[in-house]
Design a protein around this ligand. Structure first.
Ligand code: IPM
Ligand code: MN
Length: 379
């Protein structure tokens, strides 16, 4: 049966980068005789404009029936004025909740030739390879909230960080499983010196570690982890943490590679997976045709791996992206950040970068032992 992939291009550069990933998916799936059907649906600001809701019912029905969902980006200054529930971001949160994608996997791994683009010294940033597993459907993002005015006429606001044991257990399990496939080290990040939800989190990790004797577990407080991420980033393998800490740490970690435009993510639960680049809608460059499509193309690779069990096809895409960067093909974001190894001073457009990946996918593949073993470590 054909795979049913729902596309949610969203706002800003979202439509451009999703179109690129679709071209790549079409090629690798066609080459492997896998039939696929794509359908476009509205999410975010464009959905607000056209339907009045950032996650309209029609999109809700489509994603529930999907085999996997590919998202571009949502948001933009145009919609920054609306109330909380009428913002593009509210659509994204509702989408995550509707799909029950409680585990957000964010592999942070740069390309050796781009390490010069990192603001960190090369000896610190070289060889970073971290997988952040962020809880995605709980915590303070989804807890009870309130705004009001007290008896003295002072405004107040309240957000609640709530976690049940089951919510913690299922995402920590994903963390352990990811570590088992990598370097078998798990860092659980919390604020257990202050927060009860963190003390429960830590307790549960301590209980669960006996089921994974092959994995070394350490606990880190989020403030100290933030510091260590930029002082000794190579010491991390898998980080598992709650929603808000994971949001903040993953942006910090993305900077290590010098190329946020390259980084993919996978959000997994018990139903269809959701795949999206880490970067946002980048309204400043929307419509210019210069966005870096590689983060979305690599997200499509994660889709093949996690939703369709097509590990070889996923690796093929990752190898092709690696080779194209090796050859010095650069989008504007990589050139302006001063990445070394750029061919000439120019940069290529979104379409040209996608063409380069497609051309690479048509080349005979280097045998797998010659391929960069680290490309596999992103899983
Ligand atoms: C992310 C984003 C979202 C988040 C926003 C857009 C709601 O920052 O995916 O990390 O905070 O989860
Ligand atoms: Mn974020």
């Amino acid at each position: 049966m054909a795979k049913n992939i729902v596309l949610l291009p969203g706002d800003g550069i979202g439509p451009d980068v999703v179109a690129s990933a679709v071209r790549v998916l079409r090629k690798v799936l066609q080459d492997r005789d896998v039939h696929v059907e794509f359908s476009h649906h509205l999410l975010g600001g464009i959905a607000l404009d056209q339907t009045g809701s950032p996650f309209p019912p029609e999109t809700q029905a489509a994603v529930r029936a999907a085999d996997a969902v590919l998202l571009g980006a949502v948001g933009g200054p145009k919609w920054d004025v609306g109330p909380g529930h009428l913002r593009p971001e509210a659509g994204l949160l509702a989408l995550r909740k509707a799909l029950g994608v409680y585990a957000n996997l964010r592999p942070v791994k740069g390309h050796p030739r781009l390490v010069g683009a990192s603001p960190l010294r090369e000896d610190v940033a070289a060889g970073v390879d971290v997988m952040i597993v962020r809880e995605l459907t709980g915590g303070v993002y989804f807890g009870e909230r309130e705004r009001g005015t007290d008896e003295r006429g002072e405004r107040f606001a309240r957000d609640t960080m709530y976690y049940s044991e089951a919510e913690i257990r299922r995402v920590v399990r994903r963390g352990f499983e990811a570590a088992q496939l990598r370097r078998r080290k798990l860092t659980s990040v919390d604020k257990a010196n202050v927060l009860d939800s963190s003390r429960l989190w830590r307790e549960i990790v301590e209980e669960m570690k006996h089921d994974y004797p092959d994995v070394t577990v350490e606990h880190a407080l989020v403030d100290s982890c933030a510091m260590q991420l930029v002082t000794r980033p190579r010491s991390f393998d898998v980080i598992v943490t709650e929603n808000l800490f994971g949001d903040i740490l993953s942006d910090e970690a993305a900077v290590l590679t010098g190329s946020i435009g390259l980084l993919p993510s996978a959000s997994l639960g018990d139903g269809p997976g959701l795949y999206e680049p880490i970067h946002g809608a980048a309204p400043d460059i929307a419509g210019k045709g210069i966005a870096n499509p590689l983060g979305t193309i690599l997200s499509a690779a994660l889709m093949l791996r996690y939703s369709f069990g097509m590990d070889d096809a996923a690796s093929h895409i990752e190898e092709a992206v690696h080779a194209v960067i090796d050859r010095g093909v650069r989008t504007a974001d990589l050139v302006s950040q001063g990445a070394s190894g750029t061919s000439g001073n120019g940069y290529v457009s979104t379409t040209e970068m996608t063409d380069a990946v497609l051309a690479q996918l048509s080349q005979p593949r280097a045998n797998s032992s010659a391929a960069d073993p680290a490309t596999k470590a992103a899983r």
